[in-house]
Design a protein around this ligand. Structure first.
Ligand code: 5RP
Length: 260
């Protein structure tokens, strides 16, 4: 792995802890102005000091993020479908030149193993890895789950391993029972979990804790942070678990304690 690739990865996965808290706000590329992201800038601004990286599209970054911010960007470069149609029908929507112009620290697309357009999404990933390797930009593969896929360790292990084999540098998947099997399937490739649909804060914190305990290096969380009734408290609580190995109860106190 060349110096540039390593340097970009170390901006995201902090060398001190070997962990990361990514804030995901890229949902609009297929969900539109989802709850909490209509005014993306207003939602994100108070959270940025607590995020290690921001997962976002080029349109959102240009519209709502101050270029003076000092945060690594994980650029969502796939899309082409909406929630109204077949979610696996993704294409690459942003080329590597624009990712370099935006100074992205990583690029990301979704892979729908078992989905109607499984091959096309794996091909998207392979093209991004080829480009990323050329320019030293790591690729984060999101194992998106098709509508009727069971999110168990067998399926998520299959999907994550395929992304590893194609060459992804970071894997984002979903937490499941026996998650250690998913981590094992990824070998030395770091794994983060998505938060998924909004859960009660205690459950989301428990899931984060269990994922870290099972070998994940962190989270790439969106809705469970920005749709919380206390988003700043919630990202602070997630950080406490991820970077300080705090217990769920200690983290929950941080979330509760900072409620206005
Ligand atoms: C959408 C994504 C999101 O980045 C990912 O799902 C993380 O967000 P959340 O924690 O809200 O699930 O990849 O396809």
């Amino acid at each position: 792995m060349n110096w540039g690739m390593k340097n970009r990865i170390s901006r995201i996965i902090k060398p001190k802890s070997g962990r990361c808290v990514m804030l995901a706000v890229d949902h609009g590329y297929f969900q539109g102005p989802t709850t909490g992201l209509a005014n993306l800038g207003k939602t994100v601004e108070p959270l940025l000091p607590y995020a290690d990286a921001l997962m976002i599209t080029r349109g959102a970054i240009r519209n709502w993020i101050d270029p003076a911010v000092d945060i690594p960007i994980i650029l969502r470069v796939s899309g082409g479908q909406s929630i109204l149609k077949e979610l696996s029908n993704e294409i690459i929507t942003t080329n590597i030149e624009d990712a370099i112009r935006i100074n992205a620290s990583a690029i990301t697309c979704s892979v729908y193993v078992g989905g109607e357009y499984e091959k096309e999404t794996i091909d998207n990933l392979s093209k991004l890895v080829d480009e990323g390797e050329k320019y030293g930009i790591p690729v984060l593969a999101v194992t998106a789950v098709g509508k009727d896929m069971a999110r168990d360790s067998r399926y998520l292990g299959l999907a994550s391993r395929i992304c590893v084999e194609i060459g992804a540098h970071i894997i984002k998947t979903y937490y499941t029972e026996e998650f250690e099997k998913v981590v094992e399937a990824c070998g030395n490739v770091p794994v983060v979990i998505a938060g998924g649909k909004k859960l009660p804060e205690m459950e989301a914190l428990q899931m984060s804790h269990d994922a870290i305990s099972s070998g994940a290096v962190g989270v790439d969380m969106g809705r469970n942070i920005f749709q919380s009734d206390n988003p700043v408290g919630m990202i602070q609580a997630v950080r406490a678990i991820v970077h300080e190995s705090k217990s769920v109860d200690e983290a929950y106190e941080i979330y509760e304690g900072s409620k206005k």
